[in-house]
Design a protein around this ligand. Structure first.
Ligand SMILES: Cc1cc2nc3c(=O)[nH]c(=O)nc-3n(C[C@H](O)[C@H](O)[C@H](O)COP(=O)(O)OP(=O)(O)OC[C@H]3O[C@@H](n4cnc5c(N)ncnc54)[C@H](O)[C@@H]3O)c2cc1C
Length: 469
């Protein structure tokens, strides 16, 4: 750590915050070396110190001290990230938000909520539910991940098709900058739902993965919760027909709230795990959800079913909550199903959330199936089909170095393919350390401007170094 013995920085930190919230015993530091990425499992990058602040002023004091000492600072939410984002690539201080989990305010009339960054997504959702509100971006990790981590990664989930990603819902933020100073973006006292005032600094920080500043408070837009929903399940004999159905829906002026894809590899796994769900055979299954008032949903769901029936081999309409829950159980049981279908293999997160143009989804999946077969790597495909977000579950024996090498090659080809077909290496999980090598190919000269922004905001390079740039 930049010229300072680990013990020295810990004792300095204990001067600016309660000593018990500065962690530096080696065993307690271990969990902070990992997130969900395979990258972190292979590196064991343990921080020198972890701090657990309770407010923005403590975070500012920590960052000021780190800036003076030239020591890296890495913000960490729940550590569910899959790209090494919260892992201290160059050592230093990890900031945990475990003690900043307050929902400061839910302003129902103005459709917004103010939260501390450590609030878990599901806790906000539970608080909004009785008020008839919800926060639309819905990552699969929602029961664990924090809103700070979601804002930093611009996370999203199945509902992004209709509702968009986290970026659309961050109206403003309190941010600690690299010198320990503090700013508020989106207007000091603003409760406006939109603004054209000044440069949109909120957007600059959202998705910057803790490399430009640290969120200490977020002002989030929330939405009235649609009271009813229905799901159409459709089975297909050809991947192309899934895209055809989506085009048909768009042509009819219908934007579903989700359109989730299970490739045949995922259908086979789920059918083994939950045969009672009776998923249709074929190349793919789509779950298409519509939301709204009960009257709207009743007619929209029928319209969707009529339209997708043109190309699907099987359709099923689920309108009551029991039937809808059964359909979504198929999707949420996927991780367990994959494990059952591939005994002895472990799922690794090494390249799992590319997003490609809708029309390219069939070609992309087909090519990736071929690459997996060529390399002898088992891969299960699924995804948030409605916005081109193709997920790939890579399954290997992590103790087999040769197989790990082939999985690395698969992940590399997958990232390259995403760019080649006009997509992106990450639709929702972020760049972190894992996707860093692809930034030049994806962004060209724009990467240089990203670096200049980074240098301008963090000239000493102390904020989450080793990521993105
Ligand atoms: C099983 C599983 C399913 C998942 N499903 C989805 C999904 O459907 N959609 C999706 O988008 N993601 C998904 N993810 C990835 C991950 O959950 C999201 O990226 C999530 O937003 C990370 O939140 P976190 O609190 O765990 O952040 P962390 O992993 O702790 O950190 C993520 C990044 O945010 C930065 N950060 C954290 N807090 C702050 C802060 N206060 N200020 C500045 N920077 C900060 C960190 O430095 C890091 O760069 C999934 C992960 C798993 C393990």
């Amino acid at each position: 750590m930049a010229g300072l013995a680990p013990g020295v920085i810990a004792s300095r930190l204990r001067e600016v915050m309660e000593p018990g919230r500065v962690i530096d015993d080696p065993v307690s530091l271990l969990p902070y070396a990992y997130d969900a990425s395979f990258w972190s499992l292979r590196r064991h990058l343990v921080p020198e110190v972890v701090v657990v602040p309770v407010d923005a002023n403590e975070i500012a004091a920590v960052v000021k001290l780190a800036a003076e000492a030239g020591v890296p600072v890495v913000p960490r939410g729940a550590g569910t990230g899959q790209t090494g984002g919260a892992v201290p690539a160059q050592g230093g201080i990890v900031i945990s938000f475990a003690r900043m989990r307050r929902i400061v305010e839910i302003d129902r009339k103005n459709l917004q909520a103010i939260v501390e960054p450590g609030v878990v997504f599901a806790d906000l959702q539970a608080a909004l539910l009785p008020l008839g509100l919800f926060f639309p971006p819905d990552p699969g990790s929602g029961r664990a991940c924090t809103l700070g981590g979601m804002a930093a990664n611009n996370a999203s989930g199945p509902h992004a098709v209709r509702w968009g990603t986290t970026s659309a819902y961050v109206l403003g933020a309190d941010v600690v900058l690299a010198d320990g100073s503090q700013i508020t973006t989106g207007g000091l006292r603003s409760k406006a739902l939109k603004s054209s005032s000044g440069i949109d600094l909120t957007k600059l920080f959202v998705g910057s993965e803790g490399t430009l500043g640290i969120f200490t408070r977020l002002r989030l837009r929330v939405q009235p919760r649609p009271p009813a929903r229905a799901v159409v399940l459709a089975g297909y004999a050809a991947l192309e027909d899934t895209v055809g159905s989506l085009e048909d829906l768009f042509e009819a002026g219908i934007l579903p709230s989700t359109a989730e894809l299970l490739d045949r590899s995922a259908v086979e796994a789920i059918s083994l795990y939950r045969p009672d769900l009776d998923l249709p055979d074929g190349e793919a299954v789509l779950f298409i959800e519509v939301e709204g008032t009960a009257g709207h949903v009743a007619s929209a769901a029928r319209d969707v079913e009529t339209i997708v029936r043109r190309r699907a081999t099987v359709t099923r309409l689920a309108e009551d909550e029991g039937a809808i829950a059964r359909i979504w159980a198929a999707r949420s049981g996927l991780a367990a199903a994959i494990a059952l279908a591939h005994p002895g293999k472990h799922r690794i997160f090494a390249g799992e959330d590319i997003a490609v143009p809708l029309a390219e989804i069939p070609r992309t999946i087909r090519r990736l199936r071929e690459v997996g077969a060529e390399l002898g790597i088992a891969v299960v495909f699924y995804g948030h089909f409605g916005d081109g977000n193709v997920h790939s579950a890579i399954l290997i024996d992590p103790t087999d170095a040769e197989e790990v090498g082939r999985a690395d090659l698969f992940a590399h080809r997958l990232h390259e393919l995403a760019i080649a077909v006009g997509g992106t290496v990450t639709g929702e999980h972020g760049t972190g350390a894992v996707r860093q090598p692809y930034m030049r190919a994806e962004h060209g000269d724009a990467l240089d401007l990203m670096r200049k922004v980074k240098e301008a905001l963090d000239p000493k390079g102390i904020l989450n170094p080793g990521k993105i740039y």
